[in-house]
Ligand binder design. Structure first.
Ligand code: CMP
Length: 145
């Protein structure tokens, strides 16, 4: 069925936005919403609430607040799984060996700096899309220095 997912280009990859958007359209997705903004430590804690308290959370919070990110709502048949297939395994090193044509293999750096995010369920799609497009209180002008 035609489905929506929430996708995000992370701080390590937003300068590759052109190539990533090319890959999105070449793989049959449509972009229905797109917004560039930033996380603060507090909003990162809301978005990644399920990871709060995990050992990697401090690194994730530091990384995700380090620069701008681009959140998108994507539409396609089976969009949630299709997008997770295109981005590849969470850990970039695993992506490079197991899914060399994935976006994380191309644009990621390591286990934390993995270029892109994709919702893992319908519930996450609703929560993350609403947060990014309606509820993100950290919206503010980009620093472009
Ligand atoms: P993402 O799919 O956005 O979801 C949680 C993020 O936490 C993940 O991508 C990585 O950026 C980061 N992360 C760092 N270490 C881990 C880990 N061991 N397991 C899962 N996610 C991790």
């Amino acid at each position: 069925d035609r489905q929506r997912t929430f996708a995000m280009i992370k701080p390590d990859a937003y300068t590759n936005i052109g190539k990533i958007i090319d890959a999105i359209y070449l793989n049959g997705f449509k972009i229905s919403k797109l917004k560039m903004s930033r996380f603060t430590p507090a909003t990162a804690g809301v978005f990644y609430g399920e990871h709060k308290g995990k050992p990697f959370f401090p690194n994730l919070q530091q990384f995700i607040t380090s620069d701008v990110v681009v959140g998108m709502e994507l539409v396609a048949e089976n969009a949630i799984d299709k997008w997770r297939q295109l981005i590849g395994p969470t850990n970039t090193a695993v992506a490079k060996t197991d899914a060399p044509d994935s976006l994380r293999a191309y644009f990621g750096t390591d286990g934390t700096k993995n270029a892109v995010h994709g919702s893992d369920s319908n519930g996450s799609v609703k929560k993350e899309t609403a947060f990014w497009f309606e509820g993100n209180p950290s919206d503010r002008p980009m620093k472009t220095t």
